[in-house]
Design a protein around this ligand. Structure first.
Ligand code: PLP
Length: 385
């Protein structure tokens, strides 16, 4: 007997959580030209491309000084070093962040103090910051700086934190690794604190084709110190005026970043359009879309939903061809390298630990096609409905 052949339709390709290769392919011609220009110049580290990128980035951000470096972790470390933060000092930040934020504090020999988050925005609880600045935890060195992390593309509750730091007479450093172009009260994040660190890792809203970072400040003396520290403490070649490190921005990455900087605002607008489509798809389901802070613009570095059944949800989305991620699955204070030795604030980190169990990031990047966005929306309606 001849049975009719059954041919199942090909499954559409998985939509990855991030796709830096798609960004390269979409921009191949302009990027190859820029890379060729940098290669032909014969100068590969701290040259014309890097200087031009620093100048263009500071103009775009609206900060008087920008200093390129090797990555976002080093940008934080360089700011701390430039401010004289080191052993015998505590730096307050959050546990719900990339481990890099905490690693940078320990790189300068300072002691991290990890505070809890507001469960709606996943960013530092400013009341706990005020409490520890008023009444520092016993046994810790004095708190000499705060790193405010703007997470997922949106500002943390910065204004009360800035006020608390001003009262305490200590600098607030913005960790802007995830918020290139986001604003608060009409001002770009990265211009409100004493200094700001930006990662330019390939999947960031402004990303290189390798590791890169940049920091910004209005403090001229700080920018000059950091420009020296990033290259062995040199003010002039081969003479170290201070103890430095090697954390330089290379010319190939700078050339790439100069091509991409003018595309950043458009890319952020596309991320917002995708986020709105996901919001609409989630309307009427059990899952609430990410909370947007009033008086702020979000740039959706990540689109993060929350569910007590997070792992099941991720598995169902995977079945529908939608890749997801978790930012972050284990809070810094529970990771083996930090467990039982980093200090927590008086609140403990219960909200942080709950978020780590429940958050789920969906694909959101400018190169997602309309068809892919529709597929994610259909999958969301199916699995969250
Ligand atoms: C919040 C945050 N801080 C710091 C960093 C460190 O940046 P990089 O990976 O460029 O060192 C990252 C990036 O992973 C980040 O997301």
């Amino acid at each position: 007997m001849n049975l009719p052949e059954t041919v199942s339709p090909p499954r559409p390709a998985m939509i990855p959580l991030a796709d830096p290769g798609a960004a390269y392919r979409a921009q191949r011609d302009v990027l190859d030209d820029a890379l060729g220009r940098a290669l032909d110049s014969g100068w590969y580290i701290l040259g014309g491309e890097g200087a031009a990128f620093e100048q263009e980035f500071s103009a775009w951000l609206g900060a008087p000084h920008a200093v390129g470096c090797a990555n976002g972790t080093d940008a934080l470390m360089l700011i701390l070093r430039g401010l004289g933060i080191g052993p015998g000092m505590t730096v307050a930040t959050v546990s719900h962040t990339a481990v890099a934020t905490v690693a940078a504090i320990e790189m300068v020999g300072a002691t991290p103090l990890l505070l809890d988050i507001d469960p709606d925005t996943y960013t530092m609880d400013p009341d706990e910051l005020v409490a520890v600045l008023d009444d520092p935890p016993p046994g810790l060195p004095p708190i000499r700086a705060v790193i405010a992390v703007h997470l997922y593309g949106q500002a943390c509750d910065l204004l009360p934190m800035l006020a608390a730091c001003e009262t305490a007479g200590i600098p607030l450093i913005e960790d802007c690794a995830q918020c290139h172009g986001a604003t608060l009260g009409g001002r770009k994040l990265g211009t409100l604190g004493h200094a700001a660190a930006f990662s330019l890792y390939p999947t960031k809203n402004l990303g290189a084709l390798g590791d890169a970072g940049i920091l910004a400040t209005r403090d001229t003396a700080l920018a000059e110190r950091i420009s020296a520290i990033r290259q062995y403490g040199w003010k002039s070649r081969y003479i170290s005026d201070m103890v430095g490190v090697n954390s330089r921005l290379d010319e190939l990455q700078a050339a790439v970043l100069r091509v991409r900087l003018p595309m950043l605002d458009g890319g952020n607008a596309r991320r917002n359009a995708i986020a709105t489509a996901y919001d609409d798809a989630l309307a009427g389901t059990a899952i609430t879309p990410p909370v947007r802070r009033e008086d702020a613009t979000h740039v959706f570095h990540q689109y993060v939903i929350r569910s007590p059944e997070r792992d099941e949800l991720a598995a169902l989305l995977k079945e529908q061809g939608v890749g997801t991620g978790i930012h972050y699955p284990v809070p810094v204070h529970l990771q083996p390298a930090y467990l039982d030795r980093v200090a927590l604030g008086p609140a403990g980190c219960a909200e942080t630990e709950a978020a780590a169990r429940e958050v789920l990031s969906l694909p959101v990047y400018p190169e997602l096609t309309d068809e892919q966005v529709v597929r994610v929306c259909e999958a969301l309606k199916l699995v969250a409905g």
